[in-house]
Design a protein around this ligand. Sequence first.
Ligand code: NIG
Ligand code: FE
Length: 415
Amino acid sequence: MTDLAVWNCAQLVTLAGPRRARGGREMRDLAIIPDGAMLVRDGRIHAVGPRAEIERAAARDAEAINAGGRIVLPGFVDAHTHPVFAGTRADEFEQRAAGATYAEIAARGGGIRSTVRRTRQADEADLLNAARRYGEWFHRGGTTTIEAKSGYGLSLEAELKILRVIRRLAADGRLRCVPTFLGAHEVPDEYRGRSDDYVGLVANEMLPRVAAERLAEYCDVFCEPSVFPVMQARVILTAARRLGLGLRLHADQFSADEGARLAAEMGASTADHLESTSAEGLAALQAAGVQPVLLPASVYHLGSSRYPAARRMIDLEMPVVLATDFNPGSSPTTSMPLVLSLASTQMKMTPAEAITAATINGAYSLRRGDAIGSLEPGKLADFAIHDAGDYRELAYFFGRETARAVYVGGVCVFP
Ligand code: NIG
Ligand code: FE
């Protein structure tokens, strides 16, 4: 591979800094190099610095990438997505526009279970084609890594099918994927009224197979009193931890604190959503070192105004993460630029805090902080040239996809 020399960057937004997730005031420091440049060798970042310095260091035959006076950022690390599903839920979206609520639709058999019925019927090739299409959408927003959950199969075979699709999407080499098993996303139709039996299936049959086939790095549970209450979620997370999986948790999306307390008790890597978490719940997460993953696009799409308390979390020095929650029900968007906008307008995060949450903090939440999430020598050359002259414009102009070119491991994946 010849070297790449990326130059003419209005701002090279490096996020160089301590080798850990960033909290509190640290989140405002993006370590920007004005008129910066970057040298890439063998798919990794070799050097970053002011243009003149990098020009001197670059080999004569290096391939020049002219950023055109735009900004260059690390690829976004979207640490919470559900990208493998069949069909859409545009019909339910229409019902919600006419006044139905997400919970009402779910109670009458719609919601997650309607996507499950379709996903079970779909074959692996069709699911892979759909996931590849969404993969391109992720690129358009400047995302280079996603955490990808199963959870629309809810039977052993269908969950394995989804995890194999994630593995094949990752094998394309265009979008890095960190797989998460979410067999406890909902109680499937055939286990209605027998949720303990379903929990047993997840813990005793699905999880061991998933672990044996190394199809997931993390296990997640939709912890909610009406879906999987704490007692059941604990059974699943305990089994997952015994099998060596990391833990993430859908916590307190609709009701307060039980999820946060469980995530803290279990020492989960992340607690995700947290729209309903109280000050006590946050304190428990903070004390246990659990990273909060905030998903404002799902709040927006559900027409709610209850956004998580990002400012309070940052005041507590918690290393906040931002992600899309891409899924067909509550958050049909792949756009991290949209999430940055919502973070600033609805949760009062500064544009710099939001970018930290969407890159280096997401990377550390996935145990990838040593490899991705910032532009520092030795790291993988995952970066995007965005159509902006200043990083604040990513959150300021909204409703557009900003990436002009995206590189994964030094290879152009978009356009
Ligand atoms: O993160 N809350 C549970 N899971 C998703 C919604 C999935 C769906 O509606 O299909 C979420 O918001
Ligand atoms: Fe989710």
